[in-house]
Design a protein around this ligand. Structure first.
Ligand code: AMP
Length: 293
């Protein structure tokens, strides 16, 4: 029987000591980086990684470098006590909850950049966001040195970027993707959903409905790709979204756009991805789609 209480560590030194001890016993270590305000999406990542490793480290760090100056860093939900209870429920071994100084000590001067796949989609309206993500994840992976790290399909561009990061920088961690979890009404589970009023939540539900509609129209051959996307964008605006930042289809493996010049005989595996703002809340979602020209 596993001990259900979670070990809490706040310094990289103590984290390294614990992970080294596990390693010396031949145990495999997994890491799930989060910003806390945990929900079913995070918990499903923990349950998934437990199938691949012996010990699981969950980190909670609200990373200031990935928020823009006018974004919600200050009001981002922080709920460590509730988070710890949830971590206990899924038998998490260790919570790494560093103070800001453990990640960005005085005099910190480095930024990590992945190019190309960090252009467009979420980056278009969030300049500097992915540099913040890649910098903090590089630090977390190097502080912990897990065998496996799991990131959610919900942030599909982020997962793609982090897989590239670990490969390019020879970080000895296998980067894996955990499936996107939705609430019962179909909305992708997110820490930011708690910002939504009941009316805004009703509007937000049009996101998964629109993605499904776009997929049906394109896969069923009823509509050319761009026409279906334009119709989907207009539908979201008509439903009450203040802004549709993007509704696009990209190839799953490299996030390249789909062009008519691709002449595959088998379907191209792609994703339809969206970011839209309802009230003051920015929501993202994505679903797989098969494209055949
Ligand atoms: P966050 O705390 O929002 O930074 O997310 C931490 C990790 O949980 C990231 O890898 C996210 O992609 C993942 N995640 C967030 N929401 C979901 C969800 N609904 N389903 C699956 N993974 C998720």
């Amino acid at each position: 029987m596993k001990n259900s209480s979670v070990q809490i560590i706040r310094s990289k030194k103590d984290l390294r000591v614990q992970v080294k001890e596990w390693r010396m016993k031949g145990l495999k270590v997994g890491m799930v980086p989060t910003m806390g305000a945990l929900h079913h999406g995070h918990l499903s990542l923990i349950k998934e990684i437990q199938k691949h490793v012996d010990k699981v480290v969950v980190s909670i760090f609200v990373n200031p470098k990935q928020f823009g100056p006018h974004e919600d860093f200050d009001k981002y939900p922080r709920s460590e006590t509730t988070d710890i209870k949830q971590l206990e429920e899924v038998n998490t071994d260790l919570l790494y909850a560093p103070e800001a100084g453990e990640i960005y000590p005085d005099g910190f001067l480095t930024s990590v950049t992945v190019t190309k796949i960090t252009e467009g989609l979420c980056a278009a309206k969030r300049p500097g966001h992915f540099d913040g993500v890649t910098t903090v994840v590089t630090k977390l992976l190097l502080q912990c040195l897990p065998d496996v790290a799991l990131f959610g399909e919900k942030d599909f561009q982020q997962y793609t970027v982090l897989k590239q990061l670990a490969k390019d920088l020879d970080i000895p961690t296998e980067v894996m993707c955990g499936k996107l979890i939705r609430d019962d009404d179909g909305l992708a589970t997110s820490s930011r959903n708690m910002y939504l009023s009941p009316e805004e939540r009703q509007i937000a539900l049009e996101i998964p409905k629109t993605l499904k509609q776009v997929i049906a129209e394109i896969e069923g051959g009823a509509m050319p790709l761009q026409e279906a996307l334009d119709k989907g964008t207009q539908h979201l605006l008509d439903s009450g979204f203040k802004e549709v930042q993007y509704l696009e289809i990209r190839q799953s493996d490299n996030l390249e756009p789909i062009t008519q010049t691709i002449t595959e005989t088998s379907p191209i595996l792609a994703r339809v991805l969206v970011a839209a703002v309802v009230g003051k809340t920015r929501l993202i979602d994505n679903m797989p789609i098969k494209i055949l020209f």
